[in-house]
Design a protein around this ligand. Structure first.
Ligand code: NOJ
Length: 515
């Protein structure tokens, strides 16, 4: 008998951005108790695990991705007792808990950086990346920081010692120096702190950045002003990843790490699996950036099969707290519905961003309410829980509401069998009850240009997916003969016989026809 698949291969992981998910104390900012209060929704939906974006103490220059203490909870989200209660509540319901770990940089308010900046002789000086001034005043290299429209340098002079420090993101997020063994040890201990508290895994923020070329060589001119974040593919990262994995392997229970690999090339993303000794999962972003067109989707799916499959288990992500939501990117509810079949149907572990199951679009954020330096407020709008005046929140949430709130709130969608939330629920239920849909093989089909078609199979079980990404109807008669409809993207109660013509943006999950 073969071993059962580890939980992270069969699971669907639901991403919670704590500030925006649920507010238990009415201060307008989501918190850990709020999440506990809303776990019923996740069980109703049928996901298997949650990933929590950072909830650590932070000055919030990057809303928690600037950590000032890795081993505590920011008071705005609660405290460690609340965290323990959340882990217990999830585990009692059979939900796994994955937390964010931010290894590339700390906040500039972290005591490590405060010590490091204090003097060139401080024992923690080398925990960050410092370089002296050049005689001509130029920064140490041509690396560009993130979210800079004008190619601003990834370096800032610190007045205390009059030297440059590296920050691939905001100046308030100095990069740690992973060449220093003290950093490696301290960050491994952070993992142990949370593993001891029972977490099932980590989403590792921009993990591909922790290895940096020893000479910090310039980026090739032709790539500028792309930020260094999408260019840093450095072999010295891989042994560091192996070291991190060995910490997880000290614990029983299949503790999992999923790497955020911000590179634009799937063959590079595959390297971070380190042939079974590295990440168990790696985010591969090209499908998230792909327009709604098979011209882009086909090569992206092929690239996963060619590059990821031989090295590890794929992860699929079509939305997160850094990118416009699917409804905003793709432009219609029909497409958001069809995208659910891609996310949940392609072979690999899906990561579903909270609110995608409601078909939320980005909020319109007027200039005076913009708070994120990276322009990502729209996709971080609060989750509306019901149609009441405050939608289950305090009177004044930290960001404006997303559009169509009376239609796109949890209570309204749970009650409406035709809602996108109920569509997600049907797909998740189908997936949960079938090894073929969770871990089965995948074979792409010959299909009309605008249609993506693939089969999933395991033992005697078989399923077929058809998704039309085109603006016109497509003839799929040759692909539906002998099959019946299990889930239809547009109809709640489709009869068993599939349509031979797939309308624009229409998707179907089929199973072999009975008899
Ligand atoms: C990626 C995270 O997803 C993003 O929100 C954050 O701003 C950067 N990493 C920096 O930590």
């Amino acid at each position: 008998m073969t071993d059962p698949a580890p939980w992270w291969k069969t699971a669907v992981v639901y991403q919670i951005y704590p500030r925006s998910f649920a507010d238990s104390n009415g201060d307008g900012i989501g918190d850990l108790r709020g999440i506990i209060d809303r776990l019923d929704h996740l069980q109703w939906l049928g996901v298997d695990a949650i990933w929590l974006s950072p909830f650590y103490p932070s000055p919030m220059a990057d809303f928690g991705y600037d950590v000032s203490d890795y081993c505590d909870v920011d008071p705005v989200f609660g405290n460690l007792d609340d965290f323990d209660a959340l882990v217990d509540a999830c585990h009692t319901r059979g939900l796994r808990v994955v937390i964010d770990w931010v290894p590339n940089h700390t906040s500039d308010q972290h005591p490590w950086f405060q010590a490091s900046r204090s003097s060139k002789d401080d024992p923690k000086r080398d925990w960050y990346v410092w370089r002296p001034r050049n005689p001509d005043g130029s920064p140490p290299n041509n690396w560009v920081t993130s979210w800079s429209e004008d190619g601003a340098p990834a370096w800032t002079i610190d007045p205390v010692t009059d030297e440059w420090y590296l920050h691939l993101f905001l100046p308030q997020q100095p990069d740690l120096n992973w060449r220093n063994p003290g950093v490696v040890e301290a960050m491994h201990d952070v993992l142990r702190f949370w593993l001891d508290r029972g977490v099932d895994g980590f989403r590792m923020d921009v993990i591909h950045l922790i290895g940096k070329a020893e000479d910090l060589a310039d980026d090739p001119e032709e790539f500028l002003p792309l930020p260094h974040v999408v260019l840093n593919h450095e072999p010295s990262c891989l042994p560091l990843v192996e070291g991190i994995r060995s910490v997880l392997d000290e614990y029983d229970g299949d503790r999992m790490m999923v790497g955020e690999i911000g590179l634009l090339d799937t063959s590079m993303v595959a390297d971070y699996y380190v042939d079974g000794r590295g990440m168990q999962l790696a985010f591969n972003f090209p499908p998230l950036y792909a327009p709604w067109d098979t011209l882009f989707w086909r090569p992206n799916i092929d690239a996963v099969a060619t590059h990821i499959e031989p090295k590890g288990w794929p992860a699929w992500v079509l939305g997160n707290h850094d990118n416009p939501r699917q409804a905003t990117r793709y432009g219609s509810e029909e497409r958001s519905r069809a995208a659910a079949f891609l996310l949940l149907g392609l072979r690999g572990t899906p990561f579903l961003y909270a609110g995608e199951e409601l078909g939320l679009a980005d909020a319109e954020v007027p200039a005076e309410r913009v708070v994120d330096p990276g322009g990502r407020d729209g996709c971080r709008a609060p989750i509306p829980w019901d149609s009441s005046d405050d939608h289950g929140w305090g009177p004044d949430p930290w960001l404006p509401w997303p559009p169509e709130i009376d239609l796109r709130n949890v209570a309204a969608q749970v009650d409406d069998p035709a809602s996108i939330a109920n569509l997600y629920r049907r797909l998740l239920a189908a997936r949960r009850s079938s090894a073929a849909l969770q871990v089965g093989s995948q074979a792409m089909l010959d299909s009309p240009d605008s249609v993506l078609g693939w089969d999933r199979a395991e033992g005697p079980e078989r399923f077929r997916f058809l998704v039309n990404l085109g603006p016109d109807e497509a003839d799929v008669s040759s692909l539906v003969n002998g099959w019946e409809v299990l889930v239809d993207s547009l109809e709640t109660d489709h009869g068993p016989a599939p349509d031979t013509v797939l309308s624009a943006d229409h998707a179907m999950l089929l199973r072999p026809a009975a008899g």
